[in-house]
Every structure is written in C-alpha cells, then in structure tokens.
Design a protein around this ligand. Structure first.
Ligand code: SF4
Length: 223
C-alpha cells in the first residue's frame, strides 16, 4: 500500500532544492533591497569592535541575511493575518517608544500595560497616530517590554480586537509571532529607520509612513 503523507513529503532531492532556493532568495533579496540595506555592512563592522555589552552586540551585529528573512517573515505574517484582522471589531495600535525621542518633555502617561500619548505636540509622530485613531475609534498605546502580558491585558479589556504594531524589522516580526501565539490577528507598519540607542550613539525620533498605517485602517473599515 502506498503511504499517504498528511502534509509535506521530502524526497531525496529536497535538500539540494532547498539549498538552491535559499541561495537564490538571498541573492535576489539583497539585490532588490540593496538601496535600503546599504548601511548594514558598515554598521556591523563598527558594532563588532565597539564596547557595548554582549546583548547589545548580538543585536547590533545581526547579519544582513536576517534583516531580509525577518522583513519577508513580517510580510508573510501580515498577509496571513489580513482577513482575520479585518473581521475584528476593535483595533489596538502599538507604538514604539522611539517615536517621541525628539522631545525630552514628552508628556506621555506611564501606565502598567503601556504608556499613553497625551498629544502634547503636533511635531510628534505619535500625535498624528492618535488623531488618525480617533477617526476609527482605535486605542493607541506604547509597547511594553513583556508584549504577551500587554496583549493579554488588552484582550481582556477590548474583547474582539486586532493589533497594528509599528516597530523596527526585528521587533515587529517577533511581536507578530507573539501575537500569533495568543491568537490575536496582527498587522504591521515597519519603521522607515531606527532612532533609538540600540542603533545610535545619540538617539533621535524614529519615523514611519503614516499613509501605511492609514491604508490598513481604511481597508478594515472601508472608509
Ligand atoms: S505627542 Fe505624545 S508621544 Fe509625542 S511627545 Fe507628546 S505625549 Fe509624547
């Protein structure tokens, strides 16, 4: 009797196929994003000889291939979650702390499950997220280190909800995995650049495309 395999089945040629596919994927990906990833090699070379602690060094010397892998993983999660996210009733937008680094007088309120923006200045990206969120009755919070606890808190508070995360490549993709484990449909907006002290000697505010966030909200609400 022929064995039936429930999902996948690798033959003898699979390992070679995978090797070829991944090599091509990396070559094509790094070529496609050569402009966007242009500074990574020099950054890694500097990070290898700086005197940050071991944890920081590990993050700062992340190989370029992992930037590619996590960027694509983010996009796949985002697509997989799209329909379920659009069916949820409410929306929570989770911001990174680095959005307000330009303002030493930031007035955000310190809360146990995520700081809350008080809309103190129009020159802050967070201000514009809060304004946009009002239109869709979405909640906005800053991220907390223990993301799973933060999401569980909001799950109790909001009931049927989806999350839009705004973060850098590594944090966003990891966050989408955490939310997936908790069965919360999550979409995301990648930071366009990172201003926090993990990546800079002198920190500054990170940026992202507000139009990207807007398009996710418009798709969900049909307006
Ligand atoms: S707008 Fe919000 S996040 Fe930005 S500086 Fe003011 S309180 Fe802080």
């Amino acid at each position: 009797m022929t064995q039936k395999y429930p999902t996948y089945h690798f033959g003898k040629d699979f390992r070679d196929k995978l090797d070829r596919f991944v090599k091509q994927f990396i070559d094509d990906g790094l070529n496609e994003f050569s402009k966007e990833f242009a500074n990574i090699d020099d950054f890694i070379a500097g990070a290898l000889v700086d005197n940050r602690d071991a944890g920081e060094k590990k993050l700062r010397t992340t190989p370029k291939e992992k930037y590619l892998l996590e960027t694509v993983a983010f996009k796949i999660y985002d697509e997989l979650n799209r329909k379920a996210f659009n069916k949820t009733e409410k929306t929570l937008i989770v911001l990174p702390d680095c959005l307000s680094l330009h303002n030493p007088d930031c007035e955000k309120e310190d809360k146990p499950y995520g700081d809350i923006c008080m809309s103190c200045t129009k020159s802050c990206r967070a201000y514009h997220v809060v304004e946009l969120a009002k239109k869709y009755d979405a909640e906005v919070t800053f991220s907390k280190r223990k993301l799973s606890e933060q999401i569980e808190h909001y799950a109790k508070k909001m009931g049927d909800f989806g999350v839009i995360g705004i973060a850098c490549i590594m944090m966003l993709t990891e966050g989408m995995r955490t939310a997936h484990d908790l069965n919360i449909p999550t979409r995301g907006v990648l930071l366009s650049f990172t201003g926090c002290d993990h990546w800079n000697e002198k920190e500054f505010a990170s940026g992202f495309q507000l139009s990207w966030l807007k398009s996710i909200l418009e798709e969900k609400h049909g307006r």
